[in-house]
Design a protein around this ligand. Structure first.
Ligand code: PGA
Length: 238
């Protein structure tokens, strides 16, 4: 994986193709991955030259009677390289549990795509470490660990405008690395991104000060000027 990696998670935005193309062009540089909603993936792929594209989700079965779902091979066929798996909004609103997330990771890796697996505690409190440990326990294998990216996204920081303090985030990153290293061969090599209220001002700090391998950016990734500045700051400071 190229580092740093800046991933833009557009969520259920924007509402038109025209806006999607505009956002995509402002994100089009190496080291960036844009994750538009499914209906815009093909168009965005055609309108960018330098950045990679990813999907925000994928179903855990290969094909068949699964109304409304999208398979890993369809995603691959559109030219994607990445899939976000287990985002906290899906865990919460769509009740995605660890079993589903495990199956999704497997299906995505089998397809030759890289899953960006989201983990992170819900509230800002001392039990955060136990929560993260539980989310990671039994999730991967010695084989899978070499094929994934982890995004540490404390839920309290997502969309709240209250990013996690860089020192706190660094502690969590060290903790995640230590669990991975303890449980899997070469577990320490997994790239770890930070996500949660990242903006043009604070983005580079998570990489430069806290030592993250990149960012998972929500709200700021659909504001072309903000995202351009964020990217500029991240790549300038490295
Ligand atoms: P945010 O979202 O940057 O808007 O906080 C991050 C995410 O949900 O991935």
């Amino acid at each position: 994986m190229e580092t740093p990696l800046v991933v833009g998670n557009w969520k259920m935005n924007p509402q038109s193709e025209k806006e999607a193309v505009k956002i995509a062009s402002s994100s089009d540089r190496r080291g960036v991955v844009v994750c538009p909603p499914f209906p815009f993936l093909s168009l965005v792929k055609k309108s960018v030259k330098n950045c990679k594209i990813g999907a925000q989700n994928c179903f855990f079965e290969k094909k068949g009677p699964y109304t409304g779902e999208v398979s890993s091979s369809m995603i691959k066929g559109l030219g994607c390289d990445y899939v976000i798996v287990g985002h906290s909004e899906r865990r919460d609103l769509l009740k995605e549990d660890k079993e589903m997330i495990k199956k999704k990771i497997e299906v995505v890796v089998k397809e030759g795509l890289t899953p960006i697996i989201c983990i992170g505690e819900i509230e800002e409190n001392t039990k955060g470490l136990d929560y993260i440990k539980e989310q990671l326990s039994g999730l991967l294998s010695d084989y899978l660990v070499k094929k994934v990216i982890i995004a540490y996204e404390p839920v309290f920081a997502i969309g709240s405008g209250k990013p996690c303090d860089t020192e706190e985030a660094e502690k969590k990153k060290v903790f995640i690395k230590s669990i991975l290293a303890k449980n899997y061969q070469k577990g320490e090599i997994v790239p770890i991104l930070y996500g949660g209220s990242v903006n043009a001002k604070n983005g580079a700090d998570y990489i430069k000060k806290a030592g993250f391998d990149g960012l998972l950016v929500g709200g700021a990734s659909i504001k072309p000027k903000e995202f351009e500045l964020l990217i500029k700051n991240v790549f300038k400071k490295i």
